[in-house]
Ligand binder design. Structure first.
Ligand code: NAI
Length: 328
């Protein structure tokens, strides 16, 4: 029998945590034959609710779930962790400046990065979900110099899935017919969902749509502002869809992307496509044998170049801001 994989979830008592933990425990994160041990990391105020969630996890009698530990100490929470899902973050509240937001999150992701550095397993893989996800990932990465830099990733899979769904609705295609879509840049309103290399049932998506007005004025803003639209409708931010995307991200990373397709992940840039090295930016990636690789050689047209550059510029500004705060 396989040794269980240790999965740490921060912000476990939050709404994404509630949607995420049951799917991890039922085998969707890593595979239906992989046993898991869960570590729930919360702040002291969240411990009681996390205990309630753990009771419910017990009550599911999941065959793959081999243990649950709850803690408010990052050193315990990340001890021996193979996969870390960093969900808990400090949301922007009214009147908060960007600098305040970055500083508050630095207070979370810097110590967590350090704890990962000191206590996680050698094969640790980190996915940052908590916003601002790309820059929080950069902060955690900088605090973990002994962990290979490429193990720190940020989630743009929800944007990727949203874009597929919008494109399917526009064209009447099945979501399973849509391949090679890309989210570039930051998980923010500047992100760029790119359909110029995407395929719908084997045909080029941009040519199939053949409507640049729709692309610029409907598709891109709908995907980029979907989070706000969900808050408006639901009265709370995306939770189940965010949890689903986190599951997809790690599953692809560990188990690979299907032949002929790729996905989008926020990963440290190697300088590809003019994205400055080290920025954690979303790229088209294929995954194989537990590693991801940036898809190379795509032609970037003028329409895409402007939008990628704008989002990358925002990432560079966020990096400079956290550098100015001494967080990286
Ligand atoms: P939530 O407020 O329901 O839960 C957050 C939880 O994190 C709370 O239980 C809180 O106690 C906990 N927490 C705060 N600081 C912590 C720390 N230092 N260590 C451990 N736990 C800590 O929020 P929700 O809805 O679950 O969202 C979580 C984050 O995910 C937010 O930052 C949100 O903006 C982000 N998000 C990201 C998406 C993406 O696509 N990348 C999509 C949707 C949400």
């Amino acid at each position: 029998t396989r040794t269980p994989v240790n999965v740490t979830v921060t912000g476990a008592a939050g709404q994404i945590g509630y949607a995420l933990l049951f799917r991890i425990a039922s085998g969707h994160l890593l595979g239906a034959d992989v046993p898991v041990k869960l570590r729930l990391l919360e702040i002291p105020q969240g411990l009681k609710a996390a205990e309630g969630t753990a009771m419910e996890l017990d009550d599911c009698a999941f065959p793959l779930l081999r243990g649950i530990e709850i803690t408010d100490d990052p050193n315990v929470g990340f001890d021996g962790a193979n996969v870390a899902l960093l969900v808990g973050a400090r949301p922007r509240t009214k009147g908060m400046e960007r600098g305040d937001l970055l500083e508050a999150n630095g207070g979370i992701f810097k110590p967590q990065g350090k704890a990962i550095n000191d206590h996680a397993a050698d094969d640790i893989r980190v996915l940052v979900v908590g916003n601002p996800a790309n820059t929080n990932a950069l902060i955690a990465q900088a605090a973990a110099p002994d962990v290979p830099a490429e193990r720190f990733t940020a989630m743009t899979r929800l944007d990727h899935n949203r874009a597929i769904s919008q494109l399917a609705a526009k064209t009447g295609a099945a979501v399973s017919d849509i391949k090679r879509l890309t989210i570039w840049g930051n998980h923010s309103a500047t992100q760029y969902p790119d359909i110029f290399h995407a395929e719908i049932a084997g045909k080029n998506a941009a040519e199939t749509v053949n409507d640049e007005g729709w692309l610029a004025d409907t598709f891109i803003p709908t995907v980029a502002k979907r989070g706000a639209a969900i808050i408006e409708a639901r009265g709370a931010s995306s939770a189940a869809s965010a949890a689903n995307a986190a599951i997809d991200h790690v599953y692809s990373w560990v188990n690979g992307t299907p032949a002929g397709d790729w996905t989008s992940m926020g990963i440290p840039s190697d300088g590809s496509y003019g994205v400055p090295e080290g920025l954690i930016s979303s790229f088209p990636v294929t995954c194989k044998d537990g590693k991801y690789e940036i898809v190379q050689g795509l032609d970037i047209n003028e329409f895409s170049r402007t939008r990628i550059d704008a989002s990358v510029q925002e990432l560079a500004e966020e990096r400079d801001a956290v550098r100015g705060l001494g967080l990286i």
